[in-house]
Design a binder for this molecule. Structure first.
Ligand code: TXA
Ligand code: MG
Length: 375
């Protein structure tokens, strides 16, 4: 294949600015028309931007995979505007799922349920199940309603890159590859939805996200299984969730994650600092991704440091993590060392993203610091 024919599709990308507090209906209608005619629309949700197409149009769905460079065996999440639309895409919905829908929709909780046989295989990647969510974003909801069809949408980034939390991120990844980008500013959560497989008993957490798994358990009154894969610690051998097996969220620079049993301990930042200092030998420029609480410790040790947000407010850290990972690409640094966070509440999702972004280059703070071979 000649290099010039490698680029999958060419689109004349248009950006439509829509204020989420006072959405311009005519602009959303233009975007909906693009969806109806088989085009691609990047749109805001409360988690991250999505790359949307008509969930019942196989050709439009194939364009999603081409634009992102996404492996075809990785299924898509279908977005609906309310629970009544569930029957369009699901063949059955367990009682358990009904309770989660009642409590969390619209919102950042995706449910894996039995798929309707009428869904194209491009959505399900041939699995008997489908992932469905109802986003809590006025522009996303109106877009789906006006399109008159469920919208299949992965995150609107190139495959393997950090998910986009602003239209600028979408522009930098997908310009010329999508028809429309609806720009409604920064997203609220900045991290993707939580995915729960409710076809299993007990239900299984496939991806930790913006809804804490403890809150899901609270509503269900039962335990949710949290496999190692969903913590970002192992790859999925069986295709529990196909997305578990791909490299994700990767910045263009190596990232080392420093984990500990006691992140609030007084000696944690000094251990991170000594790891950073050892990586700096040989003239490499190191930047530390730090909690707000520890950032002064690094700066006063003469290290470059960027704030991820306060340990005391994981919501803020979750909201910043993808933006910081992308910003790292433009920083004058060769390698990044990130602090870890306690795996409670949103901390589980934060650690899943950081572990994957590091390609699981993880150093335990308790061990004697060594330079990882691939750093
Ligand atoms: O917050 C979000 O969920 C965003 C916004 C745009 O809604 N979407 C998103 O989509 O994160 P994506 O494609 O980046 O991640 C979807 C994940 C993938 O890991 C995929 O493997 C998994 O959902 N998935 C989709 N359908 C599935 C199914 N039937 N069974 C198991 N996993 C599934
Ligand atoms: Mg994604």
């Amino acid at each position: 294949m000649r290099a010039s024919s490698l680029r999958p599709i060419h689109a004349r990308t248009r950006v439509l600015r829509v204020d989420p507090r006072n959405p311009d209906e005519s602009k959303i209608a233009r975007a909906a028309e693009v969806i109806r005619s088989g085009g691609l629309v990047a749109f805001p949700t409360e988690t991250v931007y999505g790359l949307g197409a008509d969930a019942f149009n196989p050709e439009a769905l194939r364009r999603i995979f081409l634009a992102k460079g996404r492996p075809q065996d990785n299924p898509l999440i279908v977005h609906v505007p309310d629970r009544e639309w569930l029957t369009r895409v699901a063949s059955s919905v367990p009682e358990l799922a009904g309770r989660l829908v009642e409590r969390f929709w619209p919102g950042p909780l995706t449910l894996v349920v039995e798929a309707s046989p009428s869904l194209p295989t491009e959505v399900t990647a041939g699995l008997p199940t489908v992932a469905v969510r109802c986003p809590a974003h006025p522009v996303a909801l109106r877009l789906i309603e006006l399109s008159g069809t469920p919208i299949a949408a992965p995150s609107a980034n190139l495959s393997g890159r950090p998910s986009p939390t602003s239209a600028e991120h979408v522009i930098s990844d997908l310009w010329g590859l999508v028809d429309v980008i609806v720009d409604s500013g920064e997203t609220l959560y900045g991290i993707e939805s939580t995915i729960i497989d409710v076809t299993r008993d007990p239900p299984v957490l496939l991806r930790p996200g913006a809804v804490a798994v403890e809150d899901v358990e609270g509503v269900l009154g039962t335990r949710v299984e949290v496999p190692e894969e969903s913590r970002g610690l192992a790859e999925s051998k069986a295709a529990l969730s196909p997305g578990m097996k791909y490299r994700h969220y990767a910045p263009r620079k190596p990232l080392v994650l420093v984990e500990s049993d006691d992140y609030s301990g007084a000696d944690y930042p000094s251990k991170v600092a000594s790891i950073a200092a050892s990586l700096a030998s040989g003239g490499r420029k190191v930047v530390v991704l730090s909690s707000d609480e520890d950032i002064d410790a690094y700066r006063s040790a003469g290290l470059e440091a960027v704030a991820l947000g306060p340990r005391s407010n994981p919501f803020e850290v979750a909201r910043n993590v993808f933006r910081v990972l992308r910003a790292l690409d433009d920083m004058d640094a060769d390698i990044a060392v990130s602090e870890g966070f306690e795996e409670r509440g949103l901390g589980l999702a934060i650690m899943n993203r950081l572990r994957k972004a590091s390609g699981r280059t993880i150093i335990r703070a308790r061990a004697r610091p060594t330079v990882p071979p691939n750093a």
